[in-house]
Design a protein around this ligand. Structure first.
Ligand code: ATP
Ligand code: MG
Length: 317
């Protein structure tokens, strides 16, 4: 695959910075030649709570992370650890409860609805965990939707290259309900890349693909980073998928617990295994709902997490 002739004009100067950011970053971390911060998007003390009081879910518990321009970052972690929430808040699709998000020199957390719409339209490409294609439009219309909405011109060569690489050539006239899950996902990927946004967020982009299609899509995302300077942040459960990235961040319970450069598949599955074993050990120490209700009914008032003794063998497994 060759993206060379489609290089972003504003990203060509940044290429060395991408390859070796340590050599060109100024005192404040910005590239001294362009004065642009090294991060395409950055979260500072980012907090996201759903609901309030006793029912509150703390989905993000003060996350600090910057995603370098022209890099491919994978986000991993157990189900419910906050990966999608992080992506949605960074992309301005969901509001933050606290902290800040800097994207292209602007704080996303202070934007009004109009500004957020413009941000999503012009600077962000999002590949959703559940595709989110528009059912009444064909594959081609879906792919071109970001340009249609933004009033942008179609770059025919880029469109053809996307469609060719993603193997969608003969499906362009079909509506989403006439496409397989994998084809819908590939349409969603083309739609996210068509306007060459500042950042592409991909939430499990290979979740519905077989291993061959998966490898093609991952190779495609990696090449768009290497050759175009595209910034990609991708959530994945698959350690092999993560090994395509330049960096992998591991989430657990709304926090970053590991940050790995040049991740290897084996290393990442080891890390994830360790996390799930730790979670299982913790779960065994926690009292079950039965025990809490039982403790309450006997009015001892002393049962707290970590101190309650298991009462029923079955409920501790
Ligand atoms: N709209 C919502 N309202 C209430 N709670 C929510 C909402 N969205 C997410 N949550 C909760 O926030 C936590 C983080 O969810 P999130 O979807 O970010 O997890 P995830 O890491 O993407 O999981 P998965 O791997 O299953 O996609 C979970 O406990 C989830 O139940
Ligand atoms: Mg998710």
């Amino acid at each position: 695959m060759n993206f060379r002739h489609h290089q972003h004009p504003h990203d060509t100067n940044d290429f060395n910075a991408i390859v070796n950011p340590g050599n060109v970053a100024g005192a404040n971390g910005a590239d001294p030649r362009t004065h642009r911060p090294p991060f395409a998007v950055e979260a500072m003390d980012l907090v996201k709570d759903y609901g309030s009081g006793e029912n509150a879910v703390h989905a993000l518990r003060g996350v600090n992370v910057g995603f370098e321009r022209g890099r491919f970052t994978a986000i991993m972690g157990p189900s419910g650890s906050g990966k999608s929430t992080l992506m949605h808040t960074l992309a301005g699709l969901d509001s933050a409860s606290g902290g800040h998000i800097m994207l292209d020199g602007e704080d996303v957390t202070t934007m009004n609805d109009n500004q957020l719409t413009m941000l999503r339209r012009h600077k962000i490409g999002f590949i959703f965990q559940s595709f989110n294609l528009l059912p009444m439009f064909t594959a081609k219309q879906n792919i071109l939707m970001p340009l249609t909405l933004a009033g942008g011109k179609v770059d025919r060569r880029w469109f053809d290259q996307l469609v060719g690489t993603l193997g969608l050539g003969d499906r362009l006239g079909h509506r989403p309900n006439e496409l397989s899950g994998g084809q819908q996902q590939r349409v969603a990927i083309a739609r996210a890349l068509i306007a060459r946004p500042q950042v592409v967020f991909a939430d499990e982009p290979t979740g519905n693909l077989d291993s061959v299609a998966s490898a093609e899509v991952l190779g495609f995302l990696r090449d768009s980073v290497r050759e175009l300077g595209q910034t990609v942040v991708m959530v994945t459960h698959d350690a092999v998928a993560a090994s395509y990235a330049d960096r992998a961040i591991v989430f657990a319970d709304g926090r970053i617990v590991s940050d790995v450069r040049e991740p290897k598949a084996e290393q990442m599955s080891g890390l994830l295994m360790e996390l799930s074993e730790r979670a299982a050990r913790q779960a065994r120490r926690m009292p079950s709902m039965d025990q809490l209700i039982g403790a309450d009914a006997t009015a001892t008032g002393t049962a707290t997490a970590g101190t309650a003794k298991p009462q029923h063998a079955k409920s501790t497994r």
